[in-house]
Design a protein around this ligand. Structure first.
Ligand SMILES: Nc1ncnc2c1ncn2[C@@H]1O[C@H](COP(=O)(O)OP(=O)(O)O)[C@@H](O)[C@H]1O
Ligand SMILES: CC(=O)OP(=O)(O)O
Ligand SMILES: [Mg+2]
Length: 404
């Protein structure tokens, strides 16, 4: 079968999140096997004081600008400016396609898909399930379609990697009719976990087919139990609120709290949504910041309590995932906090001595790949790369690699 993408070109990947848009432009070789980043950047701090920065593959800065003045009307105008910037700097190669991270695939999308008008309507209908992310994801697809008429766009889902989880991991203790209406555990950060599962084969081949807990700790945080490279269970569920407390999200709560807040404090759905997604987690508990770096540098007791709560809850989830996996062969840290914060990794691991975990302080401080003490259970830092995973899926879906 011939393929639309069996030619050399460029591929644009967009990962639009709650307060940031990350992007990478890749070079795709003729066979589709070689996918190499050319430059990558981000708009961060959207909604407060947006900042735009881009670096080439060697880490040289190509742009660094404040976009605070442009940051007045949601994500779409920023996306338009970003795409205009990228367009002006695309290499002298055809733009073959764009790949997107789409946070929620609902009950219908278990694999990456080529976006059509019908698919876009379906993705829009999932906005209530991921109000912090899905509108940005849909907006990115629409804005790109305006700028590049007819460009193939591929949606890759955060939920898809968890689709193969067993019934037990996906089901809430609610009447069955709710499950049939889609009220079930989906799980997120799947592109990150899929990337890590692949990387494990290179980094820790002796455990890649074993029982591994991956702690994706970023602004949004979740953990996943992998067995033989497949997702067995994860801490996020129906929405990206479940599990551990995050930058501004609450993590799991007693559902009785919601009834109480509605009845006794007169909060409606919008107020609850704002409370749970934007005002809670590290920010809410500390009253200082959602940024782990700021909290670690603060000497205020509320900052320490927020960090301690985060580490305690992550450690407890690792214990729960060990139960789902029937044991543990390795622990992996990834994402912003997991990759960069030695004190957070150390505090989490302090709780886990009963599992045979003991870290080497010097290796942890210097951020080496393997941070466990000799002859103890392997603990590793593996940087995640959602953008690469999206590029791989986009190329595969466009039949590049299957082309005759
Ligand atoms: N050196 C560091 N020490 C502690 N935390 C860090 C460090 N670097 C980044 N972080 C944390 O990582 C978070 C961002 O993680 P990231 O995975 O990029 O998040 P997201 O993709 O969810 O926006 C920041 O909010 C910050 O708290
Ligand atoms: C699903 C999710 O929480 O994503 P992020 O970490 O990008 O906020
Ligand atoms: Mg992220």
């Amino acid at each position: 079968m011939s393929s639309e993408m069996s030619r050399e070109g460029a591929l644009l990947v967009l990962n639009s999140g709650s307060s940031s848009i990350k992007f990478t432009v890749f070079h795709v070789g003729k066979s589709g096997e070689e996918i190499a980043p050319l430059f990558a950047g981000q708009v961060t701090g959207i909604g407060t004081a947006a900042e735009f920065s881009v670096k080439d593959v060697d880490g040289n800065s190509l742009a660094r600008e404040s976009w605070a003045e442009r940051d007045t009307g949601g994500v779409a105008p920023l996306l338009r400016d970003l795409i205009a910037w990228i367009r002006a700097r695309l290499p002298d190669l055809p733009l073959l396609a764009a790949g997107h991270r789409v946070v929620h695939g609902g009950a219908g999308f278990h694999h990456p898909v080529r976006v059509t008008n019908h698919v876009l309507d379906e993705l829009e209908s999932l906005v209530p399930l991921a109000p912090l992310h899905q509108p940005q994801n849909v907006s990115a697809i629409r804005v790109l379609a305006e700028s590049f008429d007819g460009l193939p766009q591929i949606a890759c889902f955060d939920t898809a990697f968890h689709h193969s989880q067993p019934f037990m991991a996906k089901t809430y203790g609610l009447p069955r009719r709710f499950r049939e209406k889609g009220v079930q555990r989906y799980g997120f950060h799947g592109l990150s976990y899929e990337y890590i599962a692949g990387k494990l084969r290179e980094t820790l081949p002796e455990v890649a087919e074993g029982r591994v807990v991956v702690a994706h700790l970023g602004n949004g945080s979740s953990l996943c139990g992998l067995k033989d490279g497949r997702s067995i269970d994860t801490t996020m569920g129906f929405s990206a609120l479940e599990g551990v407390p995050m930058g501004t999200r609450s993590g799991s709560l007693d559902p009785g709290i919601l009834i109480y807040l509605m009845r006794e404090m007169g909060m409606d759905a919008d107020a609850l949504e704002h409370l749970l997604y934007q005002e809670s987690g590290l920010l809410g508990v500390s009253g200082i910041s959602n940024d782990m770096r700021v909290l670690l540098e603060s000497d205020r007791p509320e900052a320490k309590e927020a960090v301690d709560l985060f580490c305690y809850r992550v450690a407890k989830e690792i214990g729960a995932l060990c139960c789902a996996l029937g044991g543990l062969d390795a622990l992996v840290f990834t994402a912003g906090i997991g990759e960069h914060s030695a004190p957070v990794r150390a505090r989490i691991c302090d709780y886990l001595a009963f599992l045979g975990i003991s870290i080497d302080d010097a290796a942890n401080e210097s951020g080496e790949t393997l941070i466990s003490a000799p002859a103890t259970l392997p603990v590793a830092i593996i940087p995640t790369n959602e953008e690469f995973m999206i590029a791989r899926h986009a190329v595969d879906l466009m039949n590049f690699r299957n082309a005759a």
